[in-house]
Design a binder for this molecule. Sequence first.
Ligand SMILES: *Cc1c(COP(=O)(O)O)cnc(C)c1O
Length: 339
Amino acid sequence: MIDLRSDTVTRPTPEMLKAMTEAEVGDDVFESDPTVNKFQQKIAALFGMEAGLFVPSGTMSNQLGIKVLTEPGDEILIDEKGHIFNYETSAAPALSGVQVTTLQGKQGKLDRAVLENKVRGNFDWEPRTKVVCIENTTNKGGGVCYSKEELSEIKEFADEHELAVHLDGARIWNAMTATDIKPEYFGTIADTISVCFSKGLGAPVGSMLLSSKMNIAKARRYRKMWGGGMRQVGLLAAAAEYGVDNHWPLLKDDHRRARDVAETIAGCSKLAIDMDNLQTNILIFDVLEEDAVSAVERLQEEGIVMIPFGPKTIRATFYFEIGDEDVKQVKTVLKKLFN
Ligand SMILES: *Cc1c(COP(=O)(O)O)cnc(C)c1O
């Protein structure tokens, strides 16, 4: 079975497991897990942020970011494809009491033109627009990245309107691999950044919120309130750190393999793909003569698992367990079924 559903299906390698069992641990609720403390500092420094908070999921780090940047009655702006809007069980209204206003960007990305005139005034009856949420790479947008210029344009707009920027960087590692933007640059754009270790980097669990010391102190309290205070969690931080140190350099191969398969898709008469927006490890393509569910079923019968991503749309995702032999097999099956 070649599982291309998501880059979250990775399993820890023997080396990663070894790093976990060798980790020095303590009770992190007392802030005395040395592995966690060291890892939080390391990732914060990497992104040019003051502090980091290790949390169980990307959803929790996104929601903690929104929590520390807003008060109930505020509004956050996000592209309509955003993970925070679509895939976090409506957590932002539920946990932070904020209104989530969606905007129609391109491939999940916002820009000045889209944001213009969306910041509300200061009347008692209006929500207070507080945060611009951006996602890099965009998941539902097909794994596309922001350029440096696009990021600085958003930061400039946010500064002009006194808005904070939250960056959902679940796949920021892929974005950095594809664009050469240095990690510390993101620290100059965003007030809060969420990064995940459980996607292409291959950790079994773990994300981190990065921000100022003050925001992270605040987030710590809410993490505990929301049940995310963990004890000897250095075991998991060690896995995450192993992923950053050893699997980050492998992402470029995932991107190459995704492109290789995309080229085959582009050549299949019953499939369509937008090659111009293929930048990282996520492929989004359309089936032309049947619905996505039936196409996915036919692929599954051939041992290849993808997910329907719309009535006619399918998503395939690449990660380090998918090697060149798998890619060859996927290409053979695609040609057989859809040419
Ligand atoms: C996966 C993902 C998250 C976080 O997901 P969890 O399953 O909660 O870890 C957040 N944002 C984006 C864009 C994602 O792809």
